[in-house]
Design a protein around this ligand. Structure first.
Ligand code: ZN
Length: 213
Protein backbone atom coordinates (compact mmCIF):
# COMPACT_ATOMS: atom_id res chain seq x y z
CA UNK A 1 0.00 0.00 0.00
CA UNK A 2 2.95 2.37 -0.53
CA UNK A 3 1.43 4.14 -3.51
CA UNK A 4 -1.62 4.67 -1.33
CA UNK A 5 0.28 6.80 1.16
CA UNK A 6 2.32 8.68 -1.41
CA UNK A 7 -0.83 9.71 -3.27
CA UNK A 8 -2.59 10.36 0.03
CA UNK A 9 -0.02 12.89 1.16
CA UNK A 10 -0.99 15.21 -1.69
CA UNK A 11 -4.64 15.79 -0.97
CA UNK A 12 -7.15 14.65 1.66
CA UNK A 13 -9.78 14.60 -1.07
CA UNK A 14 -7.81 12.08 -3.16
CA UNK A 15 -7.11 10.14 0.01
CA UNK A 16 -10.85 9.83 0.78
CA UNK A 17 -11.47 8.71 -2.80
CA UNK A 18 -8.83 5.97 -2.48
CA UNK A 19 -10.12 4.76 0.89
CA UNK A 20 -13.69 4.66 -0.44
CA UNK A 21 -12.77 2.74 -3.59
CA UNK A 22 -10.69 0.23 -1.63
CA UNK A 23 -13.64 -0.35 0.71
CA UNK A 24 -15.92 -0.78 -2.29
CA UNK A 25 -13.61 -3.37 -3.86
CA UNK A 26 -13.56 -5.26 -0.56
CA UNK A 27 -17.38 -5.23 -0.39
CA UNK A 28 -17.73 -6.52 -3.97
CA UNK A 29 -15.23 -9.32 -3.27
CA UNK A 30 -17.21 -10.29 -0.17
CA UNK A 31 -20.46 -10.15 -2.14
CA UNK A 32 -19.00 -12.37 -4.89
CA UNK A 33 -17.73 -14.95 -2.37
CA UNK A 34 -21.13 -15.14 -0.66
CA UNK A 35 -22.79 -15.43 -4.09
CA UNK A 36 -20.58 -18.44 -4.96
CA UNK A 37 -21.51 -20.10 -1.67
CA UNK A 38 -25.24 -19.56 -2.27
CA UNK A 39 -24.90 -20.79 -5.87
CA UNK A 40 -23.17 -24.03 -4.84
CA UNK A 41 -25.56 -24.76 -1.96
CA UNK A 42 -28.59 -24.15 -4.16
CA UNK A 43 -27.28 -26.22 -7.08
CA UNK A 44 -26.71 -29.14 -4.67
CA UNK A 45 -30.17 -28.51 -3.16
CA UNK A 46 -31.66 -28.58 -6.65
CA UNK A 47 -29.92 -31.83 -7.61
CA UNK A 48 -30.97 -33.55 -4.36
CA UNK A 49 -34.57 -32.28 -4.34
CA UNK A 50 -35.31 -32.12 -8.10
CA UNK A 51 -36.92 -28.76 -7.32
CA UNK A 52 -36.64 -26.17 -10.08
CA UNK A 53 -37.37 -23.14 -7.89
CA UNK A 54 -34.05 -23.48 -6.06
CA UNK A 55 -32.24 -23.99 -9.40
CA UNK A 56 -33.92 -20.80 -10.68
CA UNK A 57 -32.63 -18.92 -7.65
CA UNK A 58 -29.12 -20.30 -8.13
CA UNK A 59 -29.12 -19.02 -11.74
CA UNK A 60 -30.19 -15.60 -10.48
CA UNK A 61 -27.36 -15.60 -7.92
CA UNK A 62 -24.90 -16.56 -10.66
CA UNK A 63 -25.91 -13.48 -12.69
CA UNK A 64 -25.36 -11.40 -9.54
CA UNK A 65 -21.94 -13.02 -9.06
CA UNK A 66 -20.89 -11.83 -12.53
CA UNK A 67 -22.11 -8.33 -11.63
CA UNK A 68 -20.03 -8.21 -8.42
CA UNK A 69 -16.94 -9.05 -10.46
CA UNK A 70 -17.69 -6.14 -12.83
CA UNK A 71 -18.10 -4.00 -9.69
CA UNK A 72 -14.59 -4.97 -8.59
CA UNK A 73 -13.26 -4.12 -12.05
CA UNK A 74 -14.93 -0.69 -12.21
CA UNK A 75 -13.78 0.26 -8.72
CA UNK A 76 -10.22 -0.84 -9.60
CA UNK A 77 -10.34 1.25 -12.79
CA UNK A 78 -11.42 4.27 -10.74
CA UNK A 79 -8.64 3.63 -8.26
CA UNK A 80 -6.10 3.49 -11.09
CA UNK A 81 -7.46 6.64 -12.78
CA UNK A 82 -8.13 8.39 -9.45
CA UNK A 83 -11.36 9.61 -10.98
CA UNK A 84 -15.00 8.45 -11.10
CA UNK A 85 -15.88 6.37 -14.19
CA UNK A 86 -19.63 6.97 -14.44
CA UNK A 87 -19.79 5.48 -17.94
CA UNK A 88 -18.24 2.16 -16.84
CA UNK A 89 -20.55 2.07 -13.83
CA UNK A 90 -23.54 2.59 -16.08
CA UNK A 91 -22.42 -0.18 -18.46
CA UNK A 92 -21.97 -2.52 -15.48
CA UNK A 93 -25.48 -1.76 -14.23
CA UNK A 94 -27.04 -2.09 -17.70
CA UNK A 95 -25.42 -5.47 -18.35
CA UNK A 96 -26.56 -6.70 -14.92
CA UNK A 97 -30.13 -5.59 -15.71
CA UNK A 98 -30.29 -6.83 -19.29
CA UNK A 99 -28.79 -10.29 -18.61
CA UNK A 100 -31.77 -10.96 -16.32
CA UNK A 101 -34.24 -10.88 -19.22
CA UNK A 102 -33.03 -13.90 -21.26
CA UNK A 103 -32.31 -15.89 -18.06
CA UNK A 104 -35.76 -15.09 -16.64
CA UNK A 105 -37.37 -16.03 -19.98
CA UNK A 106 -35.69 -19.46 -19.99
CA UNK A 107 -36.71 -20.00 -16.36
CA UNK A 108 -40.30 -18.97 -17.11
CA UNK A 109 -40.60 -21.42 -20.04
CA UNK A 110 -39.28 -24.32 -17.99
CA UNK A 111 -41.43 -23.30 -15.02
CA UNK A 112 -44.57 -23.40 -17.17
CA UNK A 113 -43.68 -26.95 -18.32
CA UNK A 114 -43.37 -27.88 -14.67
CA UNK A 115 -46.85 -26.61 -13.84
CA UNK A 116 -48.29 -29.62 -15.65
CA UNK A 117 -48.43 -32.81 -13.65
CA UNK A 118 -46.84 -33.93 -10.43
CA UNK A 119 -43.10 -33.75 -10.01
CA UNK A 120 -41.22 -36.06 -7.70
CA UNK A 121 -39.73 -33.41 -5.43
CA UNK A 122 -37.99 -34.12 -2.12
CA UNK A 123 -38.94 -31.11 0.05
CA UNK A 124 -36.29 -31.51 2.77
CA UNK A 125 -33.18 -30.66 0.68
CA UNK A 126 -35.24 -27.93 -1.01
CA UNK A 127 -36.06 -26.40 2.38
CA UNK A 128 -32.52 -26.64 3.78
CA UNK A 129 -30.81 -25.25 0.68
CA UNK A 130 -33.24 -22.33 0.36
CA UNK A 131 -32.88 -21.48 4.08
CA UNK A 132 -29.11 -21.31 3.54
CA UNK A 133 -29.70 -19.29 0.35
CA UNK A 134 -31.92 -16.86 2.26
CA UNK A 135 -29.33 -16.52 5.05
CA UNK A 136 -26.70 -15.83 2.38
CA UNK A 137 -28.90 -13.12 0.86
CA UNK A 138 -29.44 -11.54 4.30
CA UNK A 139 -25.66 -11.58 4.75
CA UNK A 140 -25.38 -9.76 1.40
CA UNK A 141 -27.90 -7.13 2.55
CA UNK A 142 -25.67 -6.54 5.60
CA UNK A 143 -22.53 -6.24 3.43
CA UNK A 144 -24.25 -3.75 1.09
CA UNK A 145 -25.93 -1.95 4.00
CA UNK A 146 -22.64 -0.55 5.31
CA UNK A 147 -22.69 1.86 2.39
CA UNK A 148 -23.89 5.43 2.67
CA UNK A 149 -23.18 6.72 -0.83
CA UNK A 150 -25.86 6.78 -3.50
CA UNK A 151 -23.94 4.65 -6.02
CA UNK A 152 -24.29 1.44 -4.07
CA UNK A 153 -27.80 1.99 -2.73
CA UNK A 154 -28.99 0.06 -5.77
CA UNK A 155 -27.01 -3.00 -4.68
CA UNK A 156 -28.57 -2.91 -1.21
CA UNK A 157 -32.05 -2.69 -2.69
CA UNK A 158 -31.28 -5.50 -5.12
CA UNK A 159 -30.10 -7.73 -2.24
CA UNK A 160 -33.51 -7.20 -0.62
CA UNK A 161 -35.18 -8.58 -3.77
CA UNK A 162 -32.68 -11.48 -3.65
CA UNK A 163 -34.07 -12.33 -0.20
CA UNK A 164 -37.57 -12.24 -1.62
CA UNK A 165 -36.65 -14.69 -4.41
CA UNK A 166 -35.05 -17.24 -2.07
CA UNK A 167 -38.02 -16.87 0.32
CA UNK A 168 -40.38 -17.78 -2.55
CA UNK A 169 -38.41 -21.01 -3.18
CA UNK A 170 -38.40 -21.74 0.57
CA UNK A 171 -42.19 -21.30 0.75
CA UNK A 172 -42.56 -23.81 -2.12
CA UNK A 173 -40.41 -26.32 -0.22
CA UNK A 174 -42.47 -25.86 2.94
CA UNK A 175 -45.74 -26.16 1.02
CA UNK A 176 -44.63 -29.47 -0.55
CA UNK A 177 -43.45 -30.68 2.86
CA UNK A 178 -46.93 -30.02 4.26
CA UNK A 179 -48.61 -31.94 1.45
CA UNK A 180 -49.45 -29.28 -1.12
CA UNK A 181 -49.06 -30.39 -4.76
CA UNK A 182 -45.48 -30.24 -6.07
CA UNK A 183 -46.77 -27.98 -8.86
CA UNK A 184 -46.09 -25.12 -6.37
CA UNK A 185 -42.41 -25.57 -7.29
CA UNK A 186 -43.28 -24.54 -10.86
CA UNK A 187 -45.32 -21.59 -9.59
CA UNK A 188 -42.45 -20.52 -7.33
CA UNK A 189 -40.03 -20.73 -10.29
CA UNK A 190 -42.41 -18.56 -12.30
CA UNK A 191 -42.51 -16.10 -9.37
CA UNK A 192 -38.69 -16.00 -9.30
CA UNK A 193 -38.68 -15.30 -13.06
CA UNK A 194 -41.12 -12.40 -12.49
CA UNK A 195 -38.90 -11.02 -9.69
CA UNK A 196 -35.92 -11.22 -12.10
CA UNK A 197 -37.80 -9.28 -14.81
CA UNK A 198 -38.77 -6.68 -12.23
CA UNK A 199 -35.20 -6.50 -10.83
CA UNK A 200 -33.74 -6.14 -14.32
CA UNK A 201 -36.17 -3.33 -15.17
CA UNK A 202 -35.46 -1.58 -11.83
CA UNK A 203 -31.69 -1.76 -12.30
CA UNK A 204 -31.94 -0.34 -15.84
CA UNK A 205 -34.31 2.40 -14.65
CA UNK A 206 -31.93 3.37 -11.82
CA UNK A 207 -28.93 3.34 -14.19
CA UNK A 208 -30.78 5.62 -16.61
CA UNK A 209 -31.54 8.04 -13.80
CA UNK A 210 -28.01 8.18 -12.52
CA UNK A 211 -28.44 6.02 -9.42
CA UNK A 212 -26.17 3.47 -11.06
CA UNK A 213 -24.45 0.89 -8.94
ZN1 ZN B 1 -29.94 -10.73 -7.46
Amino acid sequence: MESHHIRCAGSPCVCAFIVEREAEIERYWKQSRVAVLIFLVEIIGGLLSHGFSVISDSLHVFVDFAFYLTGVKVAKDELRALAPQPHSRQIGAYSHGFVFFPVATLIAFHAIERLQGEQGIAPTPLIYSTILGLLGNIWQVKIAGKVHNITEKGVWFHNITDCLASAVALIAGLAIFFGVTSAVDGWASLGIAVIMFWSGATIIYQARNGHHH
